[in-house]
Design a protein around this ligand. Structure first.
Ligand code: ADP
Ligand code: LRH
Length: 486
């Protein structure tokens, strides 16, 4: 066996430590070492992440790595994007980070862009307008806290800092702030000045694949850890997911399907023209000079809330099995409607939406889940058409990765509605992308092309082909429904 690599991958709903090695017969072997739940809670007036708990879980996971017999490992950290920790001059966090689903930024886009145009901002950054972007969060930030802030650290950068004492701002995640200048490649001083922030408040920008440093001896004294060298990977989970997508050729799109559905393609040159702006597509920076041209779709967050709504009586696979027995397309739902961002009761919200739009109201768990899956598949198919139009391309394959790639019903509906071949898996693409960047940095894998080939040969992928003449006219009726909602 070669080197041992640990991926710390924390999504909005769960975190895990995955251990990877390249075997003698040249395959990536991936093993789950530790898994823990994640979520935000209302504390001191805001929805907040418990960052100390997450760090404790990482250290617990690393102890398990040592117990499994690994004395020396490399480690990379990726998490969800846009959120940050304010760090004071003593290097301590000023408070727990606020979640992007907190309501503090509800009016921030309109307020901040009242004295300059949105076109101007999009032209500079190429980043989508989402009220949760770091730009708007910092705009709404407590000024007394900002005055005490030495460094603003994105979540994975902060975790890397706590573990190693070294601070860096990694670009794939930093681009989601909507504060990086596409041309200059640095924080845009003009934008920063509008939110009372300076570029010295960010640690130096680094590319994915940069060595960060060893885990500090203080931690080694408190926990029984292996010798651990941290590499700054593609720290945005979606960037790691795209690295970990086993795609070949050029005509492919990706769907990173977890709490969010991130649907798009990988570009070498950003696309920030009129159509992309109009459709609110984003150009997030990727590893190795690429861009993730994508749309944020509400995703399986809706399913997660529904599962909680049924008091977690059913597992995700039980809910999916119930949905499979129901008829699809009994109602059209604009799944990206703001009302689904953080409602009190997701099941009631879906039902009210259907009532208000004079459609069939789903009542049983199976009906509710089918309504969600069918409308996700419709949304995906509609966006895939838009992608072809904006980019002037003709996509052939959709690679679905992440937890959502386990849902056969959703994969098949997506293939049929879009007319594309769907390749599903791996479900741990994010962790795989995370370790792949580490392996490229240590020289164990040559480059991303070789890496993606390796993934394809190492993990079982499922193929779905469009079913003939199925769902005739449904996509067109859905598109007309969306137009009338606007
Ligand atoms: P994140 O990293 O954003 O926390 P994941 O990529 O782990 O999310 O995906 C988790 C989601 O995948 C769950 O919310 C669930 O909806 C879905 N999922 C995973 N496995 C299954 C399954 N076997 N059946 C149905 N849904 C599943
Ligand atoms: C997915 C994700 C996504 C962001 C959102 C905040 O986990 O990182 O790419 O838009 O969380």
């Amino acid at each position: 066996m070669n080197g041992a690599y640990v991926a710390v991958d924390i999504g909005a709903s769960s975190g895990r430590l995955m251990l990877a090695q390249i075997t003698k017969n040249n395959q990536i072997q991936l093993q789950e070492i530790h898994r823990f739940t994640n979520g935000f809670k209302m504390v001191a007036g805001h929805e907040r992440w418990n960052i100390d708990y997450l760090i404790h879980e990482i250290l617990t996971g690393l102890e398990k790595v040592k117990k499994a017999g690994f004395k020396q490992v490399h480690l990379g950290i990726d998490t969800w994007a846009v959120d940050y920790v304010l760090v004071d001059h003593q290097g301590k966090k000023l408070c727990d980070p606020i979640s992007y689903r907190d309501k503090r930024t509800a009016h921030a886009i309109a307020d901040l862009t009242s004295d300059f145009s949105k076109d101007y901002l999009y032209e500079k950054t190429g980043i989508q307008f989402q009220d949760f972007n770091t730009l708007y969060q910092l705009y709404e930030e407590d000024q007394a806290l900002l005055a005490k802030t030495d460094k603003i650290m994105m979540i994975p950068d902060y975790i890397g800092y706590v573990l190693t004492g070294q601070a860096a701002t990694e670009v794939t995640n930093a681009s989601t702030t909507q504060m990086l200048n596409l041309r200059g490649g640095l924080f845009d001083k003009d934008l920063l000045s509008k939110i009372n922030v300076h570029d010295e408040q960010f640690a130096k920008l680094v590319e994915a694949g940069t060595y960060l440093g060893p885990v500090m001896t203080d931690w080694m004294d408190t926990f029984d850890l292996p010798i651990t060298d941290v590499i700054t990977v593609a720290t945005h989970d979606t960037a790691s997911a795209v690295v970990g997508t086993p795609a070949v050729g050029h005509d492919w799109a990706f769907l990173s399907s977890g709490t969010w559905s991130l649907l798009g393609t990988e570009l070498n040159v950003p696309e920030n023209g009129r159509q992309a702006f109009h459709e609110n597509y984003t150009n997030e920076w990727g590893a190795y000079g690429t861009y993730r041209f994508l749309k944020n779709i509400m995703g399986l967050w809706v399913a997660q809330c529904v599962k909680h709504g049924y008091q977690d009586k059913y597992s995700f696979s039980e809910l999916a099995a119930m949905a499979t027995k129901e008829k699809p397309f009994q109602q059209f739902i604009d799944i990206n409607d703001e009302r689904f961002v953080n409602p009190k009761d997701m099941i009631a919200e879906i039902q009210t939406y259907c009532r208000e739009t004079h459609q069939t109201v789903p009542t049983t768990p199976g009906e509710v889940m089918m309504a969600i899956y069918a409308n996700l598949a419709l949304f995906y198919a509609n966006e895939l058409q838009k992608l072809n139009k904006i980019l002037g391309c003709s996509l052939k394959t959709l690679n679905i990765v992440g937890g959502g790639s386990n849902i056969s019903l959703l994969n098949q509906m997506t293939s049929t509605l879009s007319g594309l071949e769907v390749v599903a898996g791996p479900n741990e693409a994010t962790a795989i992308g995370n370790v792949l960047v580490q392996m490229i940095s240590t020289g164990e894998v040559k480059d991303i092309v070789a890496g993606r080939k390796l993934i394809k040969e190492s993990f079982e992928l499922k193929q779905y082909q469009p079913e003939a003449n199925h769902y005739e006219g449904v996509l067109a009726r859905y598109q007309s429904f969306l137009e009338h909602q606007d």
